[in-house]
Design a binder for this molecule. Structure first.
Ligand code: ZN
Length: 181
């Protein structure tokens, strides 16, 4: 198990639609090892979740875990470690709320992102077992964020234009100032 480098905005893999994982792939040592490494990488970065694109592997796998007292997300309710493979999410109703989100791949940006409050989620776990669950509130938002990554979508695509401009300005390299005078 090891911690991987998390790729940041500007890397093309973050804009790729990740491919489905076949049952054979899921059973492979390579994919099981990738899942272990994603868990380590998420925990090392204090993330609430991590999608495979963020470690430059465009496959439809994400991990989510919110432990009590997470310093990046002190307001999020705890979520036990959940590995989702080939996830599909659909809204249960029309209720939307703005959630303040950050992203390990978009440093220095926090933005208000509209998310469905109640979603039905279908996915395989790492053993290939099928799950269907309803998730609500901030937890539903976290899963929608990870699913966005698997579709090549980042939070700057969903924030207001003002927040997007501010974020992109911060991401640009700052000009090197010459000596004053
Ligand atoms: Zn993210």
């Amino acid at each position: 198990m090891s911690v991987h480098e998390i790729v940041e905005i500007g890397h093309p893999v973050l804009r790729e639609r990740a491919r489905e994982v076949t049952p054979e792939d899921l059973r492979s040592d390579a994919v099981q090892g990738l899942i272990d490494d994603m868990i380590d990488t998420m925990r090392a970065a204090n993330g609430a979740g991590l999608a495979a694109n963020q470690v430059a592997e465009p496959v439809r796998i994400a991990v989510v875990e919110v432990r009590e007292g997470n310093p990046r997300y002190p307001y999020k309710p705890p979520v036990p470690l959940t590995v989702i493979v080939n996830p599909v999410i659909e809204p249960v109703d029309d209720e939307i709320e703005q959630i303040n989100e950050g992203c390990l791949s978009v440093p220095n940006l926090r933005g208000e992102v509209p998310r469905h409050v109640n979603v039905r989620m279908r996915y395989l776990d790492r053993d290939g077992a099928e799950h269907e669950e309803v998730r609500r509130g901030l937890t539903a938002g976290t899963f929608q964020h990870e699913l966005d990554h698997l579709d090549g979508v980042l939070i700057i695509d969903r924030t207001s234009p003002e927040q997007r401009r501010e974020a992109l300005a911060k991401l640009r390299p700052q000009p090197v100032l010459g000596p004053a005078g």
